[in-house]
Write a protein that binds this ligand. Structure first.
Ligand code: NAP
Length: 241
């Protein structure tokens, strides 16, 4: 089996996901660029390759069972296993998100991508991760999903949001359940908060660069075998649930 570490980053065609792919690629890893749009995917792969990254395109819509199954097949055929999965793809959901007026379709879309998409992708790739000597899974969450921060007076909570914010709280809860089930498998799974980064997601209003946002996911992708699992981290350390 190849010694080269194999990683897959979902939503890697732009923003924080692209920078995670670039950062993992800089270690000499082979990096799958999971992206749903062919042109955006190929452009990102070409840019990463031009920067010296051993990148390959993985057609992937995390909301689509067939697409996710196809991605798992492609990685099995081309690499035979997966060492690191970064579940980065995410959406805020369109429109107003105040709980008293939110459209259920907005909530459903956020949960479908940010939570069910992570479960769908993770479960499809687990057989390949189980073949790795040191498998790692990173779920890109957000500090806004922290119930502790939301209920602490003066805490940093972001805008009122019945779709995006609870979807990240849900994702955190799912991360803990995976860690419990996988505790004795060697698979380490953690949630990451990238901080408020300037990307398409927020109309580029974030104050950090996507590269800065990628750093915590890169760190959690490279944890030693005795590293944490079932945790929630940002650049400063532990984020309260
Ligand atoms: P972004 O620039 O909008 O990138 C999001 C990525 O996810 C894009 O590549 C997008 O692909 C992809 N994506 C969305 N739905 C998908 C689907 N169904 N299947 C496959 N890919 C899909 O946003 P970002 O800021 O880099 O966000 C990356 C992650 O960080 C998200 O999970 C987000 O919630 C989280 N986060 C971001 C911030 C921040 O301040 N930016 C803060 C906290 C957490 P397309 O190009 O095809 O749309």
């Amino acid at each position: 089996m190849s010694e080269q570490t194999i990683a897959l980053v979902t939503g890697a065609n732009k923003g924080i996901g692209y920078e995670i792919a670039a950062g993992l690629g800089a270690f000499g890893w082979r990096v799958g660029v999971g992206a749903r749009d062919r042109e955006r995917r190929e452009t990102a792969v070409a840019k990463l390759r031009a920067a010296g990254v051993d990148a390959f395109g993985v057609p992937l819509d995390v909301t689509d069972d067939a697409s996710v199954a196809g991605a798992a097949r492609l990685i099995e055929e081309s690499a035979g296993r997966l060492d690191v999965l970064v579940n980065n793809a995410g959406i805020t959901g369109d429109g107003a998100q105040a709980p008293t007026s939110v459209d259920l379709a907005t909530v459903r879309a956020a949960v479908e991508t940010n939570v069910l998409g992570v479960i769908r992708v993770t479960n499809a790739l687990l057989p390949l991760l189980r073949r790795s000597a040191s498998p790692r899974i990173v779920n890109m969450s957000s500090g806004v999903g922290s119930l502790t921060r939301q209920t602490t007076p003066g805490g940093e909570t972001g805008p009122i949001s019945a779709a995006y914010t609870p979807s990240k709280t849900f994702l955190n809860a799912v991360t803990v359940q995976y860690a419990k089930e996988l505790r004795d498998t060697g698979i380490l799974i953690n949630a990451a908060c990238p901080g408020y980064c300037a990307t398409d997601l927020n109309g580029f209003r974030g104050v950090r660069t996507p590269e800065q946002g990628a750093a915590i996911a890169i760190r959690l992708s490279t944890l030693p075998d005795d590293g944490p699992t079932g945790g929630f981290f940002d650049d400063e350390g532990v984020v309260p649930w």
